[in-house]
Design a protein around this ligand. Structure first.
Ligand code: ZN
Length: 145
């Protein structure tokens, strides 16, 4: 079985990228599903901001070029984002939640995207399904069955 994660990033309405991205989704998603692939919409929050290896913030050193000072490596923005999106999908499959390093944290250290869940610790597994950003966005008409 293969699972395809697709970024649900919204581009500026001033850009033609917005309509191109939507056109691509409306073509690709039904095609992939007709071939029995599972297609999941992925919220791209932090996916091009945090290192998938050490989970720390990275610095942008040039256009599309990122540097992780903790790991001492340079990465292409889109490759790093794709790596993080794979980790998001894998985390949902294994733990029914998004990796914490790719979630917003409020000033009290809480994870607002998990507030409806009964997580006790980082290693616990929720007994209920998370009403996550991803599942809400998966209701996007472009990605609906
Ligand atoms: Zn790193």
């Amino acid at each position: 079985m293969a699972v395809i994660g697709i970024g649900l990033g919204k581009f500026s309405s001033m850009s033609r990228l917005s309509t191109l991205h939507e056109s691509f989704l409306s073509y690709f998603v039904p095609l992939a599903r007709s071939l029995d692939y599972i297609v999941i919409g992925v919220n791209e929050y932090y996916s091009s901001k945090k290192c998938p290896v050490c989970e720390e913030f990275v610095a942008q050193v040039a256009i599309r070029r990122l540097y992780c000072s903790h790991c001492g490596v340079y990465m292409h923005r889109d490759i790093m984002a794709a790596d993080n999106m794979c980790r998001i999908v894998q985390s949902y499959l294994l733990q029914q939640r998004r990796p914490r390093y790719l979630q917003p944290v409020d000033e009290k250290g809480h994870y607002p995207w998990e507030e409806d869940c009964d997580y006790v610790s980082e290693n616990s597994v929720a007994s209920t399904t998370s009403p996550s950003q991803e599942t809400q966005l998966a209701a996007d008409p472009a990605l609906a069955q």
